[in-house]
Design a protein. Structure first.
Length: 383
C-alpha cells in the first residue's frame, strides 16, 4: 500500500490536461509504488469549465487563478498544461513556492526563458520534468536500449518527420482557445516548437547532441483573422520547417515538419542508419519497431517488424500491462512518464527529461529560427 501522497494541481483542462489526468488515474493501478497520486485541484480561468473538468476526472477542487493554486499548502506538484507563453511564469512561481513541476513541452518560448526556468528549479531544488512523452512509447524506449547495446554501431544518419494537415484552410483564424498554436505570441513558434520539438528530444536522447544546423521555414498563409482582436493580422509562426544538421557523433540530421501535408494527421516517423543496423519507427504503428540487422544470415536478411508487446521483461514497460501480443497506445506514454517520475522521487535519480535536459532541445529550436532568418549555418548554443 502506498505510504505517501503526490497531490497534483493541474493547470489547463485541454488536450494535455486530459492526457495527464488519465495517466495520473492509471499509474497506481499498473505501476504500483510508494506514492498515491491525489488529484487535488484543477485550475482554469473559466470556473464552470474548470468545475466540469474537475468533476469528470475526479479532481477534489477547483481554482481559477494559477497563483492561488500554487500557494495552496495541500499541493505537492504543479502540472503545467497551458499554452507555451505561460510556462515560464508559472514554473518560476511554482519553484519559488517549493512545488515539484511537471511542465508541458516545449519547455519555454525560447532558450533565454528556458535558462531562467532551469535556474529557478535548480535553485529551489524541486523535482522537475518536461512532458516529452514519445520517449516512453515502448518501441521508442526499445530503440534506445538497442542503440545503447551497440547494435547499430557507428551512426551515420538520423532522419525524422512530423507531418499534419490541419491548417491548410486559409480561413482558419489564429489565437484563442484551440487556435493559440497559430498565434506567435502564445506559441513562440509554429511547427518547430510544436512538432519538431518532439523529434529533436527523441533524437538527442537516442543519438546525442545536435551541433550545428541549417534550416528553412515557410509561412504559407501570411495573414489570418485573430480571434482575440477580431482583426486580420500577420501570421508569425512557421507553418513548415525543414532542417539539416550535424550531431556531435558525426552523424547527419535530416528533419521535416509541416501542417500542410494533405492526408497526414500526426505522422511522426524516424529512421536511424548505423554501420551494423538500421531502426525505423512510425507513430501510426507505434507498437512496432522496424529493424534491419546486417549480421543476419544473407539469404534471410531484411527489415523485420518487432511487435513490442512482450511482457516477460524483454520489452520496456510491457510487463506491467496485458499479455504478449496485446498493444498499448499513445495514452500509455504519459502513464509511463508519471511512473518514471515517481520512481525518480523514490530513488533520488530524477527521470528525464528534466528542465535542464529539455533546455538542449530549446537551444536547437532557437538555432532553427536563427538559421531560417539569417540563411546561415548556426551552431547550437550550449546549456
Ligand atoms: N506532449 C505532447 O505530446 C503534447 C501534445 C499537445 C500539446 N502539448 C503541449 O501542452 C500545452 C497545452 O497544449 P494543449 O494541446 O493541451 O492546449 P489546449 O488549448 O487544449 O489547452 C490549453 C489549456 O490552457 C488553459 N489556459 C490558458 N490560459 C490559462 C491561464 N491563464 N490560466 C489557467 N489556464 C489557462 C486553457 O483554458 C486550456 O484549458 C502546450 O504547451 C503544448 O505545446 C504537448
Amino acid at each position: 500500500m502506498p505510504s505517501k501522497e503526490l497531490r497534483v494541481g493541474m493547470i489547463g483542462y485541454g488536450f494535455m490536461g486530459r492526457a495527464h489526468s488519465n495517466a495520473y488515474k492509471q499509474v497506481g493501478q499498473f505501476f504500483p509504488s510508494d506514492y498515491r497520486v491525489v488529484l487535488k485541484a484543477a485550475c482554469a480561468r473559466d470556473a464552470a469549465k474548470a468545475k466540469e473538468f474537475a468533476d469528470q476526472w475526479g479532481y477534489e477542487s477547483v481554482e481559477t487563478d494559477w497563483k492561488k493554486l500554487i500557494a495552496r499548502p495541500d499541493i505537492d506538484a504543479i502540472d503545467i498544461c497551458t499554452p507555451n507563453n505561460l510556462h515560464k511564469e508559472i514554473a518560476i512561481t511554482a519553484a519559488a513556492a517549493g512545488k515539484m513541476i511537471l511542465c508541458e513541452k516545449p519547455l519555454a518560448m525560447n532558450v533565454a526563458e528556458g535558462r531562467e526556468m532551469v535556474a529557478a528549479v535548480e535553485r529551489a531544488k524541486v523535482p522537475n520534468m518536461v512532458w516529452y512523452n514519445y520517449r516512453r512509447i515502448p518501441a521508442v524506449t526499445l530503440a534506445k536500449k538497442l542503440i545503447e547495446e551497440g547494435r547499430l554501431g557507428k551512426i551515420f544518419h538520423y532522419r525524422a518527420k512530423f507531418l499534419q494537415d490541419w491548417t491548410i484552410n486559409a480561413d482558419l483564424p489564429q489565437g484563442g482557445q484551440g487556435l493559440w498554436r497559430l498565434d506567435v505570441a502564445a506559441a513562440g513558434s509554429g511547427v518547430s516548437g510544436d512538432l519538431l520539438a518532439h523529434c529533436i528530444d527523441t533524437a538527442v536522447w537516442l543519438n546525442g547532441s545536435v551541433e550545428s544546423i541549417s534550416a528553412l521555414t515557410e509561412t504559407f498563409v501570411k495573414e489570418r483573422k485573430h480571434n482575440l482582436t477580431g482583426k486580420v493580422e500577420p501570421v508569425g509562426i512557421d507553418d513548415a520547417c525543414i532542417f539539416m544538421g550535424k550531431f556531435s557523433n558525426g552523424s547527419l540530421a535530416n528533419f521535416e515538419s509541416t501542417r500542410y501535408a494533405r492526408g497526414h494527421k500526426a505522422q511522426y516517423t524516424f529512421e536511424i542508419n548505423g554501420e551494423k543496423a538500421s531502426l525505423a519507427w512510425d507513430l501510426h504503428d507505434l507498437h512496432r519497431l522496424q529493424m534491419f540487422d546486417y549480421k543476419d544470415e544473407g539469404k534471410i536478411r531484411g527489415w523485420k517488424s518487432i511487435h513490442v508487446t512482450d511482457n516477460g521483461g524483454e520489452h520496456p514497460y510491457m510487463d506491467k500491462w496485458w499479455v504478449p501480443g496485446l498493444a498499448v497506445g499513445y495514452d500509455c506514454s504519459f502513464t509511463h512518464q508519471v511512473a518514471d517520475f515517481i520512481t525518480g522521487l523514490e530513488t533520488g535519480t530524477p527521470a528525464g527529461p528534466t528542465f535542464r535536459d529539455a533546455l538542449e532541445t530549446q537551444a536547437v529550436l532557437d538555432a532553427i529560427l536563427d538559421s531560417a532568418k539569417s540563411h546561415q549555418w548556426v551552431q547550437v548554443a550550449k546549456g
